[in-house]
Write a protein that binds this ligand. Structure first.
Ligand code: TAP
Length: 495
């Protein structure tokens, strides 16, 4: 059986107490790998390694082009190993193999974007400041330092790349901690990175418990920044604990996004889009369109087509290329999702289709659509992270926006309409980080992604995402070299 070790300071090692945990296939229940479980001491060791590497300048002072070249080697390694990575990702996370293949492709694409960005000078000359004509003002973007990167289980490889890419492009050194549920592809990534010219200590990858090693990264004074993706609940804990040395934090947290179908939408297209928005990766998707708002004028036709489409989805073995819906991640998540189905019924919502488990032992849950939902119900307010869609009827655009914004979250959202101007007006009124018009889920490496309200703090992707791993430094250079010509300050007293 494959055994993965901790990757610290360019070396693979057992955890200090030699403990391991199992990688379990959620569909088959099979244990297919063992992973060294880092202790708090190992996490401290990884921080020391990253700190030393950062302070030595082996990465931050490397010419940008060289950092970019090494990051492109990671892209090549991901591409060369795409098939194996996709297979492992599907085995570890329960992702359908179709989605896992796409995830690997997108991971390579995103890393390639960040590799290119590593070679882009983000410094700026600022005009019109201080003493015009006699001073030069430079804005430098310097790496924030050592970054602790903590990620969840739903998109393991993609999340690892989305965190490593901007941090490395900015010149930071890192400690990456994958979720215990899905640590395999991050550990594979450690092996691939080790084959590149990445200097020792720049990238450290350790697996283990969030409350032990994640907590150590958050509390350790030698870590300058935490990049976190996960639940809002843990995000809040991190925010409190990071206050110790006033760490910079980026939090990408939960969501309950509204997907709005207007009365002028192409019905067949928006039905397909609504299914994709809600049930992608068994609904275990932070930006998923889990509240579907449908205009009353098209409601009946739309719902009939939605029922027909969802009831034909194939739930089963994620390794089968024809499966649309695989298992949820673990027993705890299975029970939680089934409890939400129960709660939906108890609150008076009606199951349009689904609602059962075709095979509990394989953690399968049918894609489930609830109708007769109102926005006060639990299934409309709380993030479920499972294949559950809540459909709400609305009468006009104003009401749709009001319902969409009536949420503690603000991560994603969609608008389906043939009228771009009308859709854009609604998109602008939605208090959320991303809105797709006549589409869903599509990420753009150049466009910022992140949450309003309790969906998070900060942004990933694009220049905004890289800036999250930098400190802005202003350097003022005065051109006057003669003391007699200096005027330190001029008091302007109003008459
Ligand atoms: P969490 O339970 O929040 O776990 C996320 C990560 O934090 C895991 O690596 C976890 O470690 C670690 N962790 C747990 N407690 C910690 C602590 N006290 N200090 C530091 N780290 C700690 O989330 P999850 O269940 O894995 O993922 C689902 C959640 O992620 C959903 O709410 C979803 O919306 C959110 N999510 C958000 C986004 C974006 S981009 N906004 C994307 C994907 C997912 P262990 O679990 O290994 O112990």
């Amino acid at each position: 059986m494959e055994k993965y070790l901790l990757y610290i300071n360019g070396e693979f090692k057992e955890s200090s107490d030699k403990t391991t945990f199992d990688a379990v296939n959620p569909y088959s229940g099979e244990v297919f790998a063992q992973i060294s479980k880092a202790t708090a001491e190992d996490a401290k060791d990884a921080v020391r390694s990253a700190r030393k590497a950062f302070d030595s300048g082996i990465w931050s002072e490397l010419p940008r082009s060289e950092r970019s070249r090494i990051m492109k080697q990671i892209v090549d390694k991901i591409n060369e190993n795409a098939k194996q990575l996709a297979k492992l990702e599907a085995m570890d996370s329960g992702s359908t193999i179709r989605k896992a293949g796409e995830d690997v492709y997108l991971s390579a694409r995103s890393m390639n974007y960040f590799a290119k960005m590593a070679d882009v000078d983000l410094d700026e000359n600022i005009e019109g400041l201080s003493r015009p004509g006699v001073s030069k003002n430079i804005l430098r973007r310097e790496p924030v330092g050592v970054a602790g990167l903590i990620i969840p289980w739903n998109f393991p490889l993609k999340m690892a790349v989305w965190k490593l890419g901007p941090a490395l492009a900015a010149g930071c050194t890192v400690i990456l901690k994958p979720a215990q549920e899905t640590s395999v592809t991050a550990n594979e990534l450690a092996r691939l990175i080790d084959m590149t010219d990445m200097p020792k200590g720049v990238v450290n990858i350790i697996s283990g418990s969030g409350s032990i090693i994640g907590n150590e990264l958050v509390n350790n004074a030698d870590v300058d920044k935490i990049g976190f993706t996960g639940s809002t609940e843990v995000g809040k804990t991190i925010m409190i604990n990071a206050a110790g040395n006033l760490k910079k934090i980026t939090l990408e947290c939960g969501g309950k996004s509204a997907n709005i179908v207007l009365d002028d939408a192409d019905i067949d297209m928006s039905v397909d889009g609504a299914v994709y928005a809600a049930f992608y990766h068994q609904g275990q998707c932070c930006e998923g369109g889990t509240r579907l708002l449908v205009h009353e004028k098209i409601y009946d036709e739309f719902i009939a087509k939605l029922k027909s489409k969802v009831s034909k989805m194939k739930t089963g073995d994620p390794m089968d290329k024809t499966s649309d819906n695989g298992p949820v991640i673990n027993r705890k998540q299975f029970d939680l999702v089934m409890n939400y189905i129960k709660a939906g019924k108890e609150e008076g919502a009606e199951v349009l289709t689904g609602g059962k488990s075709p095979d509990e032992s394989r953690l399968l849950i049918e894609p489930t659509v609830f109708v007769n939902v109102n926005n006060k119900m639990k299934i409309a307010r709380e993030e479920i992270f499972g294949p559950i869609l809540a459909v709400i009827k609305f009468k006009d655009d104003e009401e749709a926006v009001r319902i969409a914004n009536d949420s503690i979250y603000g991560l994603g959202g969609g608008v389906w309409s043939r009228d771009d101007a009308r859709a854009l007006k609604i998109a602008s009124a939605m208090r959320t980080g991303t809105v797709w018009i006549n589409d869903y889920h599509l990420m753009n490496d150049r466009a910022p992604f992140g949450g309003y309200k309790q969906s998070g703090i900060g942004r990933e992707f694009g220049i905004d995402g890289i800036k999250e791993y930098t400190e802005a430094k202003h350097i003022h250079i005065d051109e006057i070299k003669d003391l007699n010509k200096k005027t330190w300050y001029k008091t302007v007293v109003p008459d």
